[in-house]
Write a protein that binds this ligand. Structure first.
Ligand SMILES: Nc1ncnc2c1ncn2[C@@H]1O[C@H](COP(=O)(O)OP(=O)(O)OP(=O)(O)O)[C@@H](O)[C@H]1O
Length: 281
């Protein structure tokens, strides 16, 4: 089963269009949603949660159309948004009481386990939390009602590298269960490279690619060569290029480059940076 199926999703604002996006997230997998500021990541997440109206397209979450009977499906979704909206005066302990009434499958023990693991204070009001603490509290809550899909919008930003690493491990642990999946948006491409099975790249409202991470890393490489050598390659081998005083660096389709040329592995960050240049040309 697919945890998430998006087909021809379109949403238009005055100066922005999320343009005919289609993708599939298979159960048991983690998909990273990458894109620059304003690319449309949060808009897509809001549409998935049916929090805003769409102009076209279909969204199926955990096998159900997200406009029909979504109240029930929402129980199975753990959500962490960019701006965590817990009431200002609430403490971690009080949040437990609220969540207990909100979610049928709320697990108090799991929640307090995470509160302790993240060293969060039980009695401090939410308004006095740092940004990192707020994110940690939201993650603790999202992980404590037996969700099958986590939807995380910039959930690791604002966290120090040690905590971020620990949280990435918690997410990996979560998807060891075959029925559990994650959609996570982030600017921190290295986090997504470590975590994700699939990478979806949004640029100015368009989905440039949605591909298995391993396939991306297998298919693409960085070629260092002279301009004349690059011109000798078939055009479809070149996905983006950057000229420098020594010659050219280019993102290339590994299979279409003759043996013996100077290529090295590309990171996901390389692939994205080169592709943006190609698309914007
Ligand atoms: N309610 C709205 N009315 C008009 N325009 C909007 C509205 N919400 C979002 N937009 C526009 O849609 C575009 C995409 O915004 P969105 O928040 O989805 O981007 P993002 O990829 O999440 O960016 P960031 O990484 O900065 O959070 C932006 O140009 C934004 O101004």
């Amino acid at each position: 089963m697919n945890a998430l199926e998006i087909t021809n999703l379109t949403k238009e604002y005055k100066d922005f269009k999320l343009d005919n996006v289609s993708l599939r997230l298979p159960s048991g997998c983690i998909m990273g949603l990458i894109g620059e500021n304003g690319a449309g990541k949060s808009t897509m997440i809001k549409l998935i949660m049916n929090a805003i109206n769409r102009d076209g397209g279909e969204i199926t979450v955990l096998g159900k159309d997200n406009r029909a009977d979504f109240k029930v499906t929402k129980e199975d979704i753990g959500i962490v948004l960019d701006e965590t909206g817990f009431p200002e005066i609430i403490t971690a302990k009080q949040l437990n009481a609220i969540m207990k009434m909100t979610y049928q499958n709320w697990e108090e023990e799991t929640y307090f386990h995470y509160i302790e693991r993240f060293s969060l204070p039980g009695k401090k009001p939410f308004k006095d939390y740092s940004r990192g603490m707020k994110m940690k509290l939201a993650i603790a809550a999202a992980m404590s009602h037996r969700a099958k899909l986590l939807v995380l919008d910039e959930a690791t930003s604002g966290l120090d590298p040690i905590v971020r690493d620990e949280i990435l491990d918690i997410f990996l642990e979560f998807t060891r269960k075959e029925e559990n999946s994650i959609l996570i948006s982030s600017h921190i491409v290295s986090d997504l490279e470590k975590l994700c099975d699939y990478i979806a790249f949004l640029h100015k409202g368009k989905l440039i690619f949605c591909e298995e991470k391993d396939r991306l890393l297998e298919n693409y490489a960085i070629l260092h060569c002279k301009k004349t050598e690059l011109n000798g390659l078939e055009w479809s081998a070149i996905k983006g290029k950057r000229e420098n005083s020594y010659g050219v660096d280019a993102l290339v389709d590994r299979k279409k480059v003759p043996r013996g040329m100077n290529i090295e592995n590309a990171s996901i960050e390389d692939i994205i940076l080169f592709m943006v240049k190609g698309v914007d040309k």
